[in-house]
Design a protein around this ligand. Structure first.
Ligand SMILES: [Zn+2]
Length: 445
């Protein structure tokens, strides 16, 4: 399928005509206009000691190596956005492997470092996850989590139809605490992205005010903050001034929360999640109702405790039911062991999942059930299909978060941050020529 028919299918003919018109207003025949947009985004994040992550198709990088080298030098991270701008869901596993390898070779040839992959149209498949793992990517950022900030009932039918086409194209996941956090699948980290993105709001819903979009993104930020998640915003730098205004509102919201939000690049999130994956708690009962805890973790870790009494240890209030503990070795008193007990019949994957979520968790027999904050007996594991697993993982976290029982955990984010915010952008084209070359390129790989 070529770009025109694909765009018509996913965006509708009317939207495609609008898109064509906007191409001429957003791109130039030279790099100048896009260079300015990219530099503006970098400049916008500087006061927050932050930088964006951009994804670019390899063929576009190959045409603009100097520009991208400058952007990378200015502090941005560059990731791979396909060899050409196509939908991997239409490709066999072999074709995905070949095209991804070609993209890697192009990045290497122009000496552009990379760690992550984002698919055009967020179009990943089970094969993609395997291919990215086999080819050694550190992370991918494709799973789209939908935040319910748009009142769909109030939209006129044609607009609603376009919006729903986007939701279907991105296979939007419902927003749960689990969905908003990165997770490992084998060695590949999957960092979710949040929607609606700039295209859905400006092009699909035809919102014309940057301020209004900024307010919607701020609502998303608020939500992600409450759930201790990562807000990965995806925007297209070519939208320039509209995005800039919305972004500055979002950044102000992120930095005016009671606790700090970590504004950072996706490779930094990946580095942290890998560091955090090695953290462990050792709990030893020293007397009835008393445990000695040793946390094996780095300086950046935050240890959180709820419904326990720390013995001669200073703590800081973190939220209405948790305190943070500075020490890495301490004694506490509690009515139950402050960990999740996991039955011997429950597969190892469940324990690994609890561990990744930061909870203290250990094997315990059925007889010991009552002495744990929470006890999981899941002999069938987390489910067989991806969607069943998503539901179950989301439910388990919700259950645990709803407990009023003693529990220890590592916070999600480093150095006392409550949530993460990453500004990412897809550089689909730099110039008008790039935009039209996409049609030929997608058909020729
Ligand atoms: Zn794209």
């Amino acid at each position: 399928m070529n770009l025109v028919s694909f765009s018509i299918k996913t965006k509708g003919p009317r939207n495609f005509a609008r898109r064509l018109w906007t191409v001429f207003s957003r791109f130039g025949f030279s790099e100048t206009r896009n260079r300015r947009s990219l530099e503006t985004l970098i400049h916008e994040l500087k006061p927050y000691q932050a930088a964006p992550t951009f994804f670019i198709p390899a063929v576009v990088l190959q045409r603009h190596p100097r520009l991208l080298a400058d952007i990378e030098q200015a502090g941005a991270e560059i990731g791979i956005h396909g060899y050409v701008h196509n939908d991997y869901r239409q490709l066999s596993k072999d074709a995905q492997y070949t095209q991804t390898s070609r993209a890697i070779a192009t990045f290497q040839q122009v000496k552009m470092p990379f760690q992550g992959f984002r698919n055009p149209y967020l179009g990943w498949s089970e094969d993609s996850v395997q291919v990215f793992t086999d080819l050694g990517f550190v992370y991918e950022s494709n799973e789209a989590v939908l935040h319910d900030v748009v009142d769909q009932a109030s939209l006129p039918p044609t607009i609603l139809d376009g919006y729903q086409k986007s939701l279907a194209l991105y296979r939007a996941l419902s927003c749960t605490t689990y969905a908003l956090r990165p997770h490992f699948e084998d060695t590949l980290l999957r960092i979710p992205t949040s929607i609606p993105d700039d295209e859905m709001l400006f092009d699909r819903l035809r919102i014309t005010s940057g301020e209004e979009v900024g307010k919607l993104w701020s609502l998303v930020m608020q939500h992600v903050y409450e759930l201790e998640g990562a807000y990965v915003l995806n925007l297209h730098p070519e939208r320039g001034v509209l995005c800039r205004q919305a972004l500055s509102i979002l950044l102000r919201t992120a930095t005016s929360q009671p606790r700090p939000v970590w504004i950072t690049r996706l490779d930094e999130i990946a580095r942290w999640w890998k560091e955090r994956a090695r953290f462990t708690f050792t709990l030893q009962q020293t007397a009835p109702g008393t445990w000695h805890i040793v946390a094996d973790c780095t300086e950046r870790a935050t240890i959180l405790a709820r419904h326990v009494q720390l013995v001669e240890q200073p703590t800081t209030t973190r939220n209405e039911h948790e305190v943070s503990v500075e020490a890495r070795s301490f004694t506490l008193e509690a009515l139950q062991c402050p960990a999740i007990g996991v039955s011997p019949e429950t597969p190892e994957a469940v324990l690994a999942f609890l561990h990744e979520q930061g909870y203290a968790a250990l094997r315990a027999s059925e007889e010991e059930r009552a002495s744990y904050a929470h006890y999981l007996h899941l002999p069938a594991g987390l489910g067989t299909s991806r969607s069943a697993q998503f539901e179950m993982r989301s439910d388990i976290i919700q259950q645990i978060e709803g407990l009023t029982a003693p529990l220890l955990r590592f916070a999600c984010w480093p150095s006392g941050h409550q949530a993460a915010l990453s500004i990412s952008g897809d550089i689909d084209s730099v110039t008008i020529q790039d935009f039209f070359l996409r049609i030929l390129e997608v058909g020729s790989v």
